[in-house]
Every structure is written in structure tokens, then in C-alpha cells.
Design a protein around this ligand. Structure first.
Ligand SMILES: [Zn+2]
Length: 215
């Protein structure tokens, strides 16, 4: 566990990590009772964690059936999502580079997931942490770019959580970290064209890394 923030947070993080690393595969049933017994906690923190995961689009609650892991995104949805990202995010990166300050650069560097590179936590926990950091990094770039409607549009897709569930592989994080570094480099040089190029390359490579999940 990354932070000592109480039982509810720990239970949430543990279930999140299982969903991200596909130990609870898409579509699988999730029982409150089963998790409560496994974690040796009452049902309350499990229920709270599941409703938070439901709001993040990772878990689905069906009347009279209960909880299950959200289904995998379809190939078509995946393609649409990457088209949307390629339309919006390179341009946002260029805008962010044009208004970059040292303070914002520092915040983006912290958000970029470089911390996950350090060893320690087990691979699945690291993978889940990177999924969250990747979401935060891209969200932060959109925030700096300044168009709130674009930021909201992408945030509501819970893009990163769905993408990371396509495949559990260390390559996904290792390569993405290098690509984030290239984007940060362009931000550091306040170079809008290079920032757009680096963001485009990152999103295209991310798409190509994950495409085999549909074969
Ligand atoms: Zn990324």
C-alpha cells in the first residue's frame, strides 16, 4: 500500500489493483461477502470501495445480481477513443508548452509516473499505480492547455482505466515512461511543435502496444 490512509482506502486500492492487473477479469462477478472475507474486514469498506469503483466505470452494479467487473472495451470503442485522443491531446500539449511555467513543469513531472519506475511494490501494484499516474498526467496536460470542456470529455471516458485493463504487461509502463519523458523534455524547452509531436507519438505507440489485445 502506498499511503497509510485508513482501511477504506486500503480496500479500495487492493480491489483497484486486482481490476487493473486483470486478477479480476472484465465481466467477472464480484461478491461483497467474498472480498470482505478475503481481506478480513466488514462489508462496509468493501461496499464503499465498490461504489467508488462504480463511479470510475470499473465496476458495474446490476439490480438483483450484484457487482461485476466492467466488460472490456470493444475494438471499435478503442479505435474511436484513440481517434479522439489524437485529435485533442497533441494540440493540448502544444498549448501547454506555450504557457509552461517552472511550477507547472514541476507538477507535470511529478504526475508523469516516474515514481512508479522505482522498485519496491509488486509488479501488479506498480501497474495499477502507473495507470492512475498516467490518467493524472494526461489530465494535467489538458488542464494546463485550458479548455475545460475537452478535459471533461476525456475524463468522463475513464480512458486510462479501460486502456490499462486490456493487457497486463510491464512493457506498457516501461515504454510509456520513456515517452512521457520526451513530452516533459519538450515542455521544458517550451517547444509547442515538439510537444505536439511527442504527445502524438506517445498516443500512437500506446495504441499500437495495446492493439494485439483484440487478436
Ligand atoms: Zn501516457
Amino acid at each position: 500500500m502506498q499511503r497509510a490512509t485508513g482501511l477504506g482506502e486500503e480496500v479500495y486500492q487492493a480491489i483497484f489493483a486486482r481490476l487493473m492487473a486483470l486478477r479480476v477479469p472484465p465481466g467477472a462477478r464480484i461478491t461483497v461477502d467474498g472480498l470482505a472475507r478475503e481481506f478480513n474486514v466488514s462489508q462496509t469498506p468493501v461496499r464503499e470501495a465498490l461504489s467508488r469503483l462504480e463511479s470510475e466505470g470499473l465496476v458495474i452494479k446490476t439490480h438483483l445480481v450484484g457487482y461485476s467487473a466492467a466488460p472490456q472495451i470493444s475494438h471499435r470503442r478503442f479505435t474511436e477513443l484513440y481517434e479522439l485522443r489524437l485529435l485533442l491531446e497533441p494540440d493540448a500539449a502544444a498549448k501547454a508548452a506555450a504557457t509552461m511555467t517552472d511550477t507547472v513543469l514541476q507538477e507535470l513531472t511529478e504526475a508523469a509516473g516516474m515514481m512508479s519506475r522505482a522498485g519496491g511494490a509488486d509488479e501488479r501494484a506498480r501497474y495499477a499505480q502507473f495507470a492512475r499516474e498516467d490518467a493524472a498526467f494526461h489530465d494535467k496536460v489538458l488542464t494546463v492547455a485550458g479548455n475545460e470542456m475537452i478535459r471533461e470529455t476525456l475524463a468522463h471516458q475513464h480512458t486510462h482505466f479501460h486502456i490499462f485493463r486490456l493487457m497486463f504487461h510491464s512493457r506498457v509502463t516501461e515504454e510509456a515512461l520513456g515517452e512521457h519523458a520526451a513530452i516533459l523534455d519538450a515542455f521544458a524547452r517550451r517547444d509547442p511543435d515538439e510537444a505536439a509531436r511527442a504527445m502524438r507519438a506517445h498516443i500512437e505507440r500506446s495504441r499500437d502496444r495495446l492493439l494485439p489485445a483484440f487478436n
